[in-house]
Design a protein. Structure first.
Length: 209
């Protein structure tokens, strides 16, 4: 897979037309998706985690060529397989931080965790004052499970750093299943530990895509 770029690498300008109060609008869907740019630096389509591909009504231009971005996207689907994008929220791809000399497990607010699109996805609510925080994941151990597969025990690496606990923000993160294991079987699993403001929680997922 090509390297997924962060939101800061892509400057997108979105605008929505406003009508009178009696106008009706089709329902907007919000879900995670991958956006692809071509060799000319144009984004003409995206694919949702459910595998649905849409062509953009208004393509994005002048971005990095031959790249992939991961976003939480709000869009309205048209009948002809096209979609109009109304919102984009950058999703940070977490790297394997196991070999770092110092691992942090600072707390963050937890909203949800789910698997989709070849990723384990997290919706967290950290506290910030606009400073920098570090995120990743750590492989704590590998163990054979009762089904004969391998269970990967992971924990979330989160370093609050000098960023003050001033206010909460929504943050989306993804762990690529390919980064955990290049090959997996139906009995392989993930146990992910997350330190929250309410204590440590554990989420379980199958590793196979």
């Amino acid at each position: 897979m090509k390297k997924l770029l962060l939101l800061t690498a892509l400057a997108l300008s979105l605008s929505a037309c406003s009508g009178d109060e009696e106008s009706t609008y089709p329902p907007m869907v919000t879900e995670m998706a991958l956006f692809y740019s071509d060799a000319s630096g144009n984004i003409g389509s995206f694919t949702t985690d459910a595998g649905q591909r849409y062509t953009l009504v208004s393509p994005f231009t002048k971005v990095a060529a031959n790249a992939i971005w991961r976003f939480m996207v709000g869009y309205v689907a048209e009948a002809d397989g096209r979609a109009t994008v109304y919102s984009l929220e950058g999703v940070e791809l977490l790297r394997d931080s196991t070999r770092l000399t110092s691992i942090a497990k600072d707390p963050a607010g937890f909203i949800s965790a789910w698997k989709g699109g070849g990723f384990v996805n997290l919706h967290l609510r950290p506290m910030t004052k606009g400073g920098q925080q570090a995120w990743g994941y750590v492989c704590d151990s590998l163990r054979t499970n009762p089904l004969g597969g391998t269970t990967h025990y992971l924990s979330l690496h989160h370093r609050q750093g000098a960023d003050y606990l001033a206010y909460s923000i929504d943050k989306y993160l993804s762990i690529s299943l390919d980064s955990i294991a290049k090959e997996s079987g139906p009995a392989d699993t993930i146990q992910l530990m997350i330190t929250t403001f309410d204590g440590t929680i554990q989420k379980s997922f199958g590793l196979s895509q």
